[in-house]
Design a protein around this ligand. Structure first.
Ligand code: P6P
Length: 323
């Protein structure tokens, strides 16, 4: 029987492969994992919380019930602040960066994240996710600035997501392949369940909100028509992490194109498109804005949106050929 390998054991094993590893990255990752476990616990009882919340009850900390994405944001910020390995955070939930003072002040890592993506799906019991991206500071002797986060995806040292679904999984890469870990609640550990994940070069699943098709470009309409003529399956969960994860396992493409309503698409480059692009590429797939490789886009502002085509290489290339 294969031996169980926890995420912590895996990270320490990998750390020893990086000769100059000082354990800081491993500790940073441990902080992210702790936050994911806490959020998992809250997400799993979200329905219940909503019911009690509806009666204005307070949670165990005596605070008024918060929206779960605000709560998730605070949990991640708290875990990273206490861990002391992250100098600052860029979050979808905060307009400006959050600088972590105290022990974190001269840490060498920066984290960009969407603490709980798809949170509108919580009260309909649909899978949701956390997306995170890790950069290394160039100079820890100067204060962190907002501009320091405006880095190309190729500069990420790690990227990953947590999917809170029928099971809770953490999937990440540090640039040498993608590995998936499933949370075993009975021992509170993420255990290696999907080693060396690869996405199929081609697939038959396409994920796009076809409600926007009439306000999408001609090329998008033509590509969707092409998928329909080939009798592909349309699967759109309305939760990026869930659609991405299914396509990673089964092959497929996820598209959030530019539309008349959203001329740059809806998804954010820094903490949604870029980290998932690193994972897609590391798994043998592709991620573009319809023309340019996502990982090469030079961000100009923190919450910048980009059109997004990600998944099986041949499907992304076929879509690009129509654009
Ligand atoms: P629409 C959730 O709000 C999200 O950011 C992604 O998780 C999801 O794929 C997309 O937006 C859904 O957006 O416009 O299709 O409802």
């Amino acid at each position: 029987m294969a031996t169980l390998k926890t995420l912590n054991e895996f990270i320490i094993e990998k750390q020893s492969e990086h000769h100059n590893a000082t354990g800081e990255f491993s500790r940073l990752f441990g902080d992210i994992t702790i936050a994911a476990k806490i959020i998992n616990r809250e997400v799993n009882k979200a329905g219940l919380v909503d019911i009690t919340g509806a009666y204005g009850t307070e949670n165990v900390q005596g605070e008024a019930q918060q929206k779960l994405d605000v709560y998730a944001n605070e949990i991640f910020i708290g875990a990273l602040r206490n861990g002391g390995e992250c100098a600052a955070i860029a979050s979808e939930e905060d307009e400006d960066i959050v600088i972590l003072d105290g022990p974190s002040a001269n840490s060498k890592y920066l984290v960009a994240m969407d603490p709980l993506d798809g949170s509108s799906n919580i009260d309909v019991n649909v899978s949701i996710g956390t997306i995170f991206s890790i950069f290394k500071r160039k100079d820890t002797s100067v204060p962190v600035t907002r501009d320091e986060f405006l880095r190309k995806g190729i500069e990420q040292v790690a990227a990953g997501y947590v999917i809170y679904g029928s099971s809770t999984m953490l999937v990440y890469t540090t640039g040498s392949g993608v590995n998936g870990f499933t949370l075993d609640p009975s021992i509170g550990e993420f255990c290696l369940s999907h080693p060396d994940m690869k996405i199929k070069e081609d697939g038959k699943i396409y994920s796009i909100n076809e409600g926007n098709i009439n306000i999408s470009t001609k090329g998008v309409k033509e590509y969707v028509q092409d998928c329909q003529e080939q009798l592909f399956s349309a699967r759109y969960i309305g939760s990026l992490v869930a659609d991405f994860h299914r396509n990673l396992l089964k092959g497929g493409i996820y598209i959030y194109p530019a539309t008349e309503k959203a001329p740059n698409g809806k998804l954010r480059l820094l903490y949604e498109c870029s980290p998932l692009a690193m994972l897609a590429e590391q798994a043998g797939g592709k991620a573009s804005d319809g023309k340019n490789r996502i990982m090469e886009i030079d961000p100009t502002e923190l919450h910048q949106r980009v059109p997004y085509y990600v998944g099986s290489t041949k499907m992304v290339e076929k879509a690009e050929s129509y654009l």
